[in-house]
Design a protein around this ligand. Sequence first.
Ligand code: CP
Length: 398
Amino acid sequence: MGKKRIQSLITSLAKLKTDLYQKDFLLTWLQSDAELKAVLTVADILEQMYRANISTRVFDGGLAVSNFRDKSTRTRFSFASACSLLGLTAQDLDESKSQVAHGETVRETANMISFVTEAIGIRDDLFVGYGHEYMREVSESVELGYQAGVLPQRPAVINLQCDRDHPTQSMADLLHLVKTFGSLKKLRGKKLAMTWAYSPSYGKPLSVPQGIITLMTRFGMDVVLAHPEGYDLMPETLEVAARHAAESGGSFTQVHDLAEAFTGADIVYPKSWAPVSLMEKRTTLLKSGKGHEVEALEKEGLAQNAQHQDWECTEKLMSLTTDGAGLYLHCLPADITDVSCKAGEVAATVFDRYRDPTYHEAEHKLYVIAAMIMLNRFKKPARVLAGLLRKARPRRAG
Ligand code: CP
């Protein structure tokens, strides 16, 4: 993609009416369609500039802090890469090695890490009813620090996965769809099956399927959610998905049959998650000091999963998709049958065929995070990006 194409993306960005400056990115359903389009557009511009060897360092120093309260590979390195791309230094807050371990308040920690900080990324996805609330508390704390003049700048707070949503993932998935099908408009009328799939590894968070059904229903897609009985998602997200489908002219349906969901699907997203009831029990145990009982609960959950081993994305199921060539999506890591486990979410031959596309899907996340930071920190991002394009300073010599 040449400079002309990048310029045309910048021109489209300049036309979007958004209110993202100094606003945190916590849930996609709190953002307008134009704001989501702005994130996709800036992410695309940054990705194209990187590939064209154009520097996108809009900061000459400054810090970005991540706080991962759950494990991560992709999002952790996407955050660090996004910050490096923009000229920020990423620093991971290890709560066990900080005064948080001695009971320091959220408000104090949030201010103490933010004197020269432009962005704070948080993953807090395990505790139902707490992850999003924690992010809001951090957001309110830095706002208070900024209003009081303690912080010379107000850091952007970015949700790197909470109990409700995984916006950097779902937006990366959406960018992958836009690039695969050609445009957001071309997604209209496409059938996307977000389905549960068997996992033997652990009770996975709900926020990926919740993020997908709430986001993909916004652009006129026909979204089908399929899972065995008992694997319900949080009711709030089902309501949001139904509302978005009604507003966009798409549809949102729920079934308990994997083959029905795959039939005629243009896109499939087979992925395991734990039942919300198990996540709620886990939260109660951990919050009441009964963490030692979590292991037994996890075993109970995996035994429940084992009753649904036939919920696997196989070649036979893929043959039911549109022209037998539906697009396979996964946020990764996937449980691959006979590769990473004996029986898992997806057959090895299906995964092999889509390996490179899913890696590209994952790659978009770093640009999505960089876009969320840029749109929060700059009042006129189109002007900033146009300046970068004009200078076209090489990112790498030679
Ligand atoms: N998909 C995803 O969020 O991966 P990580 O858990 O590795 O960040």
